[in-house]
Design a protein around this ligand. Structure first.
Ligand code: MN
Length: 234
């Protein structure tokens, strides 16, 4: 029996594009760690202008706005991180800061969902962060808003509320490494390509959620995103 031919081809996950019937196929999800000073302070880690560092989530961790996300296994401290998401539209390596914005297709609002207890445990053992960061449904992301519609937002409030109570507030102008700097730095290590998403880090105020919680995130000048936390997965 030829079992290999029976395996289904898995299509790329896609995100909605605001104002378009077309979809954005997700290739990779890069995330920037420690990109707002107040968040570095609340996490009690690191120098405040260390070079940016990156981790990845699997592309199929992406889930659209409106989704109900199961409370994941292996954690008792499931946390939100509101983030501006950059969607790459043009391939490039060693991209100059001055050329970086030309590689951007659009922007979205995302949440870097985190098993904080696992992240802290891995960090203390100097092990990779995958169990804390790169799990199923860990990258909810709203629709992509085209550069042609919203430009390149460089300032604006970034906020997150749980059940109507504001938990996080910052401004994307406070990012330690701005979008051109992130793209320039990341593209020295990886060839960026259409379909790549970059989650650009979170401001202060991160915290836990529980089954039944409703999370609403917004980036002024970009858009918004709502998710609900479902029952605990065993
Ligand atoms: Mn994050």
């Amino acid at each position: 029996m030829n079992t290999l031919s029976a395996l289904p081809v898995v299509p790329a996950p896609t995100l909605a594009i605001a104002g378009s019937a077309e979809r954005f196929p997700v290739r990779r999800i890069y995330c920037v760690g420690r990109n707002y000073v107040e968040h570095i302070r609340e996490m009690k880690e690191g120098e405040e202008r260390d070079p940016p560092f990156f981790f990845q989530k699997p592309s199929d961790a992406v889930v659209p706005g409106g989704a109900t996300i199961p409370y994941p296994p292996d954690t008792d401290d499931f946390q939100f991180e509101i983030e501006l998401v950059v969607a790459i539209g043009t391939r490039g390596r060693n991209i100059a800061k001055t050329a970086a914005l030309g590689h951007v297709f659009g922007y979205a609002v995302g949440i870097d969902l985190t098993r904080r207890d696992q992240q802290r445990d891995m960090r203390s053992k100097m092990l990779p962060w995958e169990r804390g960061k790169a799990f199923d449904a860990s990258a909810p992301c709203g629709p992509i808003h085209l550069v042609s519609a919203i430009g390149h937002p460089a300032s604006g409030a970034i906020t997150l509320a749980v059940n109507g109570t504001e938990k996080q507030r910052g401004d994307i102008a406070e990012m330690i490494w701005n979008v051109p700097e992130i793209i320039a730095n990341l593209s020295t290590s990886y060839a960026l390509a259409p379909g790549d998403l970059i989650m650009t880090g979170t401001p202060a105020g991160v915290g836990p959620v529980l089954p039944g919680d409703r999370i609403h995130g917004r980036v002024e000048g970009v858009g918004e995103l709502t998710i609900t936390i479902g029952p605990r997965e065993s």
